[in-house]
Design a binder for this molecule. Sequence first.
Ligand SMILES: Nc1ncnc2c1ncn2[C@@H]1O[C@H](COP(=O)(O)OP(=O)(O)OP(=O)(O)O)[C@@H](O)[C@H]1O
Length: 981
Amino acid sequence: MASEPKKNVRKNIYKPSSVPQSSATPHAEETERPVRLKVPKMSFDNNKLKDPRLQTSIGLSLIFLSVYTCLALLSFVFTGKADQSIIENVGGITNLISSGKEVQNWLGLLGASLSHLLVYNMFGLGSILLIPMLFSAGYELFTQGNGKLMKFRKLGYICLFYMLWISVLLGYYVVIKDTPNLLGFLCGKIGLTVADGMYSLIGWGTIIFLILAVLIHGVYIVKFNAVSKVIGKVTKNRYSDKSEVNTTSETENTTLSENESDDELEEDEDLENYSEEETSIETSSLTNENVIEEEITEEPNEIEEEAAQDTGLVPHNAQLPSVVEPEAPIVTESVPQQAIKVDPISVDVNIQVEHVQVGGNGTNQIPPTQNYSKQQSRDTTSEMPPVKEEKKESPTPNPSSQQKKVTPNTPPIIEIEAEPTKSETIKLDPPAPPKKKEKVENPHELSDVSTTENVDKADLNVLKKIEEEPDEIVNIEDMDEYDPKLDLSHYKYPDLDLLHPPVESKAKVTKEELEANKEKIVNTLRHFKIGIASISATIGPTVTLYEIVPEVGIKISKIRNLEDDIALSLAALGIRIIAPIPGRGTIGIEVPNNNREMVSMSSVLATEKFAKAKMDLPVAFGRTISNEVFVADLAKMPHLLMAGATGQGKSVGINVLLSSLLYRKHPSELKFVMIDPKKVELSLFNKIERHFLASLPDAEEAIITDTKKAIHILNSLCTEMDMRYSLLKSAGVRNIKEYNTKFCNRRLNPKKGHRFLPYIVLVIDELADLMMTAGKEIEGPIARLAQLARAIGIHLVVATQRPSVDVITGMIKANFPARLSFRVTSKIDSRTILDAGGADQLIGMGDMLLSTGNDLTRIQCAFIDTDEVEKLCDFIADQTGFSAAYMLPEFEEEQPASKGGGGGSVDDRDDLFEEAARLLVRHQQGSTSLIQRKLSLGYNRAGRIIDQLEAAGIVGPFEGSKARQVNVKTEMELEVVLNTL
Ligand SMILES: Nc1ncnc2c1ncn2[C@@H]1O[C@H](COP(=O)(O)OP(=O)(O)OP(=O)(O)O)[C@@H](O)[C@H]1O
């Protein structure tokens, strides 16, 4: 009871403020009021601010700003990823203009900077709520308060609260997840910082706090109807017991339900006055006089205006206060209820009601019901009496202050007396000031939802919205994927025009040739008493496959043994018998064509089979015996061993493989490590160093031609492999594809060392040379990579012209399931490379056999000449590339064992060893990524430091996905440890 009247103090205070200034009767007000309003006592600055032109201009600017922000943020959805990396690369928004970089935001640099600032640097996703705030404020100012979408203050409270709340909630998710995800991008720095701080303070209690914050915010701002109803009902029951006023239950129920509605209806009004009335006025009610004095002094004009709004008249009659008896008769229940029921539609009606209510009853006591006080907050005239009462109770030793106290309580009486006149006055009055309109409009707005049913709906919507919020977050989480290609977003894939157009081969196999070969085969077999049921031919680019179905009872082994005899009788090189052809139930005899057909690179790349191949690393090798384009996925092979005698087409084969990949992959997705001991074979690819090559940090040239460097880079690849495995492990995925998908979905935090992992294809053109000079040093890392690297996206293509066992050792061979052989000189070599004969039967010039496990496929390798490769490389090299080749981890020659296990000698230890130790001890978390993040180090260096810390006994051993244990508990203790090292 006590608090409710206080709420209205301000309104009551204002009214008497005008009283001493005029002794005019209500009639006189009609002429005086405009004058009074035009001679405000407010300060000069305030007047300036109220200049309608200024307000309209500011309003218009704010509306434009809201639209601009909306567009910038909308564009951010599509372009934010690209722009973010640009902004971060140039070192922040401030450097963006000077960097001269182009951004993709629809609104250019400013749009990109604004959205980056709002989303990334501030409130993340919550920043969207800034738009309705700006627009609402702008609209309100622009329309001079005549048009309101929603009370700005209310909107402001809600939006500001939820901006921070959403940001903190997302930040909390990021903190507890401890793995990078999309929300790390969308929570904003503020949310992340607050959530981080809260999490370290209260742990999971953060979420309780957030829920509590929403509830409290709801109580103050949104008002949960469901809650308030329960409380209202409880209070009602209590109240009906205690009420001094004897009301019938019927009346009470009516009042309650109306007041519940009213309570909701007043939302806007309450909110508008929320901070000032409910907080400051309530607090200051005990020293009411002071407040009266202060407020009158500070805002005399506003006071007048508000008084005018509340009553519909400017209360100028100074005599009236003395006329009114403070102890007026008690208002009967029925009258105020009527007053509430007659919801004011116009000023006249409103005032009429007030007059009836107050004047008719001579109000000075209000039934101490909650319902009634609720009504008061809306009904200006009924607000007065409780204030009077309260003031009476407050100690007032000073008579002057007592007088002041009386003054604020007098306006109702003014209205009472002026009531009939006021109605008339308003009809004659000059146009009402804007604020007055507002007051009149509000009841209309509120009356739209003035039924309990409507209020319930409104509340349900509020509750529903709150419930729906997490879902919205999840939906948005899926929206914004990281796209590695945006690093070089303007990169153009090579065009087929760069290659020679496919030439229509005139060298077709003639019918005569086919018939002649058929005759020879049938006769030869008949000669060895092998009957043939049927024979058919499939013409390939190099060879024609004759498929025979032997008569029943013929042993296949018999035919297989006749291979040489058939070759002799056909008098042709390169006859290969496939008995039986797997899955066909036939026996195949491959006979080289008299005139072979060249398979051009463009003809295979132009096929749909290659263009639409859903493969990670598609390679169009050439055409099979049945003239089909053969496309294989290098990632599935997963490593390829190539062999072939000199001049049989190995180098062309490697170029075909590299070109296929260059045609299909983006520079951000694929990197080549090239080792070319022959120095000239792969040199053409030097040009695409900044696009597609990977190299060691200190390498002069990306393509390795030196054996020592080859050893370094192979070991470096092993380190890269280990690092990638660590990343996969911490990401909880099994292979590079899953990892990259997770990373692109922003579920892995780059700050914790995660990054998009491009495929790496290691190409060695001539293994024999390396094996001769370095042996085990080469074999070791190759075998290791071949064994383990497939899951982390490193694939090997190793070629040699000498497929002997000292080059293709058992260890290497065992880990290369896919083998490709061009023509070799001996059956032994064929067996070494393919574990089968046949490669010695090939006819050269790209005729090859591909073995993938059990299958052996004869393929005519496509042909790409040096010119074409050069053009292709030029085309790529002419485009903007990365600033350097893809950096592989540094390779360090084996280091001498550390002395005494103290984390290495002082010289060996990293410069940041001690700092890292303090960091881990402070956080009590033995995490490499913590060192990486806090000390801004690369993974390698951070990894070395943590190893040194482990060796020094400061942290425990590696524990898988968990952080290492920190053995030193306090920084003091650490200093002692560091001194002893
Ligand atoms: N797929 C092919 N189609 C047509 N001709 C080919 C094909 N592959 C190779 N040739 C021919 O064979 C020649 C030698 O090929 P390539 O240089 O690839 O052999 P190589 O095995 O790399 O030899 P080396 O080991 O001596 O470098 C080419 O110049 C070309 O004339």
